[in-house]
Design a protein around this ligand. Structure first.
Ligand SMILES: Cc1ncc(COP(=O)(O)O)c(C=O)c1O
Length: 429
């Protein structure tokens, strides 16, 4: 059988591939320190679980856009959590925000401006619909964020008319960088976006996992007419396998909505009905649900900061995390020694750590970084989320006072992984 050349070039998504490799190794009895896959490990909230059981018999198809009751609840949630006002008709619910990002990229005209490093899937999604991708290389000096001057330079390079539509994908808090934009940093981009007719797809899936409380600002606050938000509960409520995501459109964009809904209707029909009923519960922003999300976020913060601080002490170059559950360190200071060891690319570095130390990570090249930039994406979720959440619920004050003791007892893999990174880095000096 012959395969379409475009598709032949695709590989399975790097994040899913590393996870499968680790599962296989673990099944063979190998001890692996898994910093490769970013799945939030906390249990399903009991109310969500109950709602899913109660609605197991909702076996009929839902409207393509999602049930109205759920879309209403999502509007209530966004108002309460972020102060953003949306009407149910601006909301689309589908199978994970991953598919919604893909459909938005497919439906909207114009090249895709993609700041790098960026999440593995965006560029491949664009290639699948033959969309031109322009990479905007950010730097650690600017916290891997898009600056007005970088955006302007990239737009000028396109030689496109001001009125020609372009797309920009922003993701913050970011995977892989764990960095985020402040209100001022977002605002500074807006005049340029308006002038150059740039539509922003704002991937805010980690918005509630911001480490400084309610400090997440959506681009939709400052550029409401040109921002499409995507999000969901895969990360902050640990429900990735439920495969439900949310897209929020600006007002008066019925034609864009119609196009995205047409794509969904031809491919997926709709999100699963019982899952949508469970989602109504998950999107009920009462004190209990918001506290659940805050506690999970507090644990992500403790774990990610622990690994960051250990790396900082070991002299590993890495930006302090602002949200999410990733770190993006690099070993570019050790290029010469690593080259002598035969390690010239981030892929080789990731392979070396897996082979020598059983430490799984993802190479920076999977996130659009130059192959020879020796950066890795590390996830900080290799622990038993159920056990840890229980402990944290009972004695959060004590744990906040002495997190190291808690991590040693309940997240030993993160401690060993940090030891390994320290030992490896010392061996290079
Ligand atoms: C940055 C980013 N965006 C989107 C997604 C997709 O999330 P979902 O399809 O589960 O909503 C992920 C998942 O890993 C992600 O890391």
């Amino acid at each position: 059988m012959e395969i379409v050349p475009e598709i032949k070039k695709l590989k399975p998504s790097a994040t899913l591939a590393i996870n499968e490799l680790v599962v296989k190794k673990r099944q063979k009895g190998q001890k692996i320190y898994h910093m490769g896959f970013g799945e939030s490990p906390f249990p399903v909230h009991p109310r969500v679980k109950q709602a899913l059981c109660t609605h197991a018999d909702k076996k009929y198809y839902s409207p393509t856009q999602g049930f109205l009751a759920l879309r209403k609840q999502i509007c209530v949630f966004y108002k309460k959590a972020f102060g953003l006002k949306f009407k149910p008709k601006q909301v689309i619910v589908a199978l994970g925000s991953k598919s919604l990002i893909f459909h938005a990229i497919a439906a909207l005209e114009g090249p895709l401006l993609l700041p790098t490093p960026s999440w593995v899937s965006y560029q491949h999604q664009a290639y699948l619909v033959h969309k031109k991708v322009l990479f905007l290389e950010t730097s650690p000096e600017n916290s891997y964020l898009l600056t007005p001057s970088l955006l302007l330079a990239a737009l000028e390079k396109t030689h496109l008319e001001l009125s020609t539509q372009k797309l920009l994908l922003l993701n913050y808090p970011g995977n892989p960088t764990a960095q985020s934009y402040s209100k001022e940093q977002l605002e500074a981009l807006v005049p340029i976006l308006r002038k150059h007719n740039v539509i922003v797809i704002s991937d805010e899936i980690y918005s509630l996992i911001s480490y400084n409380g309610q400090d997440h600002h959506s681009m939709a606050e400052f550029y409401p007419e040109g921002t499409i938000i995507t999000g969901g509960f895969s990360k902050d409520r640990s429900l990735g396998g439920y495969r439900l995501g949310v897209l929020l459109l600006p007002k008066r964009n019925d034609d864009v909505k119609r196009s995205i809904l047409s794509i969904i209707s031809e491919i997926w029909s709709s999100a699963s009905s019982p899952i949508q009923y469970a989602a109504i519960e998950a999107y009920t922003p009462d004190k209990e649900m918001l506290t659940f999300i805050q506690k999970c976020t507090a644990i992500h913060k403790i774990m990610t900061n622990y690994v960051y601080e250990r790396m900082e002490k070991a002299g590993i170059s890495c930006l302090p995390p602002k949200g999410g559950f990733y770190l993006f360190p690099d070993w570019n200071n050790h290029k010469k020694t690593l080259k002598e060891m035969g390690i010239r690319t981030s892929k080789m570095l990731a392979k070396y750590l897996l082979k020598k130390y059983n430490l799984a990570s993802l190479p920076g090249s999977e996130f659009g970084m130059p192959r020879k930039n020796l950066c890795l994406r590390l996830s900080t979720v290799d622990y038993d989320g159920g056990l840890i959440l229980n402990e944290y619920m009972e004695r959060s004050l004590e744990i906040e006072k002495n997190p190291v003791e808690f991590i040693r007892n309940y997240a030993p893999n993160l401690v060993t992984a940090s030891n390994i990174l320290e030992e490896f880095t010392k061996s290079l000096q």
